[in-house]
Design a protein around this ligand. Structure first.
Ligand code: SF4
Length: 321
């Protein structure tokens, strides 16, 4: 089966067959440049020359009761992550202003924890209202919410709900044991049903197989997500995955291309782990099918310099949008 025929199915946004997915997984070093080039063309067909830039503020950090094995914020690990309660509204608004000045169009308030308590939720509603008033798309990543909570945030101006499934259903029990995969799926489905912009992806390089990478991406496709944040493991000392190797850049590029083929119309955003895998280069990311970047710092690790990212985007002949 030729990559060109798989490309033509993906370009029409048709779900790939199992044989087509298998053929993509079997791509070796000789065929990889062709796969990357076709993935880049799929991104161009869907998004033109536009690169979507987003930024986050870690509004509540650490002490999380969940046991996600990659995460420095889990209370189950020994990682030395910042630990603080929900910050003031003013601090979030100032971070949103700075992100807007740096070129971000979307801005997300991220909270550690399974879900916000009622007091935190009320403050989050105010934060969403204030970010929206700045002219930014107001997003949040607050953990697992139900339909009523999502509707209340939508009423306050919420544009997007971010909640990662993290990895494949079949691999999830090796990564997190404190809640069920279906709780995450239900929250994402509720947001989608309300018409919110749904951003849901996860993290690669945790020890999952290539088949599980495809399984994960197919689950996101079935959920109809708008945006897929792709994180690459940055093994943090004190987490259970501290000794895992960082992904090889060519594997990371193949993951991005695979995501683009399976979800040809979704925004594929490269987020955490980018500097660990690619250094400060942006071109390898944007020439592998990605259509967006998180700029600025990540939750617990520093990001690349936003001004440098913008220069690299321009040098690639692309523009923020
Ligand atoms: S990924 Fe989120 S839910 Fe999991 S431990 Fe980290 S902060 Fe908690």
């Amino acid at each position: 089966m030729s990559l060109a025929s798989i490309f033509s199915h993906a370009a029409e946004n048709r779900p790939l067959t199992a044989a087509e997915v298998r053929a993509l997984l079997d791509v070796g070093p000789e065929q990889l440049p062709e796969m990357l080039s076709l993935a880049r063309e799929l991104a161009r067909l869907a998004f033109g020359r536009t690169v979507s830039l987003c930024a986050i503020v870690n509004a509540k950090s650490g002490s999380c009761p969940e046991d996600c094995a990659f995460c420095a914020q889990s209370a189950h690990g020994r990682a030395d992550a910042p630990c603080y309660a929900l910050v003031d509204l003013e601090k979030v608004v100032e971070a949103a202003r700075q992100a807007r000045a740096a070129g971000a169009r979307r801005f997300s308030v991220v909270l550690s924890g399974t879900r916000p308590n009622p007091g935190e939720f009320a403050i989050l509603v105010d934060m969403v209202r204030a970010i929206s008033a700045l002219g930014l798309a107001a997003d949040t990543s607050p953990g697992i919410l139900d339909r009523e909570e999502l509707a209340a945030l939508q009423e306050a101006g919420l544009s997007g709900y971010h909640h990662n499934l993290e990895t494949a259903r079949s691999f999830f029990p090796q990564i997190c044991t404190t809640h069920a995969y279906d709780e995450d799926v239900a929250a994402v489905a509720a947001a989608r049903d309300l018409g919110l912009y749904v951003c849901s992806g996860g993290i690669f390089g945790l020890g999952e197989t290539w088949e599980q990478r495809a399984e994960f991406l197919l689950e996101l496709r079935a959920l109809g997500v708008d945006s897929v944040p792709v994180n690459f493991l940055n093994p943090i000392p004190g987490t259970p995955l501290e000794h895992r190797p960082v992904l090889d850049p060519s594997d990371a590029r193949k993951i991005l291309a695979l995501a683009r083929f399976i979800l040809p119309r979704a925004a594929i955003r490269v987020c955490g782990g980018r500097p660990r895998v690619f250094g400060n280069k942006v071109l390898p990311v944007l020439s592998s099918g990605a259509s967006g970047l998180m700029i600025g710092d990540y939750l617990t690790t520093p990001g690349a310099d936003p001004a440098r990212d913008l220069r690299e985007v321009a040098a690639a002949g692309l523009e923020p949008g």
